[in-house]
Write a protein that binds this ligand. Structure first.
Ligand code: TRP
Length: 344
């Protein structure tokens, strides 16, 4: 009979072998697209499993070039997560650059992936088309992301639908490393699974396109008062007059309402659309209320946390310590397998 595995953590959360990892861009104010695409899943999952969430400041250098801004955004994301319910007792939240092993692993991975593979990167091409300089950071972005995931032995990666291809590259790198350096029965890196919620694949922005910072059509999670009202009022609708019946399934406002409201409320509002005598202004008011309710507590918490920068810093430092403990033995095995010598 096999001996019980005494190396695994006694912690029930860790016992299923699932390691959730995800990176968060500190590139500005987080919006509803980020929330429904990824953050909500992050918050849901971090209590059930081992989870490592990192604020990807190295990745953000591809778009944020101002030092103060990068620093500010980095701490802001931490505040946002803590306010939205991330519990540092349950999992690790930290800054990517606090675990330098990840950049070491990135270099190892550079030698495992042909450049032709990266040239096909959709995100890369999109960013070039949007006017970013095609530098090596942008080009190699998915390799750093793969290192992010594999350094922690990540098995599960909750991300938005736009990250599918980057995940495929991480999967490919895990397979290639294992194939080149490991005996068949002892792969070092699990091949990570993307965890994408299809039904919220696209959160419409105020102009009806996918909500995205680069389209300037976002509604911020922590916007409030007039700023929030203005964004909601900006949502594009057609010109059907107030009294006429409307099709909820063809309306940007309703698409957002669906993300917030329970089944019953959705039905009620859809009914009002179809009956007529219900204008888009009414729907927008409804949406405004729903947004306010959903984030009211988080907003209050964020204001409190903002007064405690030392606490936020401590959370990140402790998160980084936990993360490094996790990474260290994996990296040691990586060096042994690849023949990278460390004499001290
Ligand atoms: N590229 C991701 C995004 O834009 C961020 C990211 C960096 C990430 N490293 C990661 C996501 C590792 C998941 C896992 O959202």
């Amino acid at each position: 009979m096999e001996a019980p595995d005494t190396t695994s953590s006694p912690d029930a959360a860790a016992a299923d072998g699932t390691v959730v990892v995800s990176g968060i861009q500190p590139s500005g104010r987080l919006h509803l697209g980020n929330y429904f695409g990824a953050i909500r899943q992050h918050i849901d999952l971090h209590k059930e499993h081992d989870a490592f969430y990192f604020i990807v400041n190295y990745h953000a250098m591809t778009t944020v070039q101002d030092a103060d801004q990068l620093r500010q955004h980095t701490f802001d994301v931490a505040l946002d997560y803590l306010a939205l319910g991330f519990d540092p007792e349950e999992a690790a939240l930290f800054v990517q650059s606090d675990v330098p092993e990840v950049t070491e692993l990135t270099w190892i991975f550079f030698n495992l992936i042909p450049t032709s593979y990266l040239e096909k990167g959709v995100a890369y091409k999109e960013k070039i088309n949007a006017g970013l300089t095609p530098n090596a950071g942008l080009f190699n972005y998915p390799v750093l992301q793969a290192a992010d995931i594999l350094a922690y032995g990540g098995t599960h990666v909750p991300v938005g639908a736009d990250q599918k291809q980057n995940l495929e590259i991480a999967r490919e790198l895990a397979r290639r490393f294992n194939h080149r350096y490991c005996p068949d029965d002892e792969p070092l890196f699990p091949v990570p699974e993307p965890h994408i919620l299809d039904h919220v694949a696209v959160v419409p922005g105020t102009d009806g396109r996918k909500m995205s910072k680069s389209y300037d059509n976002t509604i911020g999670i922590f916007d409030e008062g007039d700023a929030l009202k203005e964004s909601v009022m900006r949502i594009v609708t057609d010109s059907t007059p107030l009294e006429e019946p409307k099709d909820p399934e063809n309306c940007n406002v309703f698409a957002l309402i669906k993300l917030f409201a329970d089944e019953e409320t959705q039905q009620e509002i859809a009914e009002k659309y179809r009956e007529g005598g219900y204008g888009y202004g009414h729907a927008k008011q409804e949406l405004l209320g729903l947004i306010e309710d959903r984030f009211e507590e988080a907003r209050a918490r964020r204001k409190e946390l903002k007064k405690r920068p030392d606490y936020v810093r401590d959370v990140l430092r402790e998160g980084a310590e936990t993360a490094r403990e996790r990474v260290m033995p994996i990296m040691e095995r990586m060096r042994e397998r690849t023949g990278i010598v460390r004499t001290r």
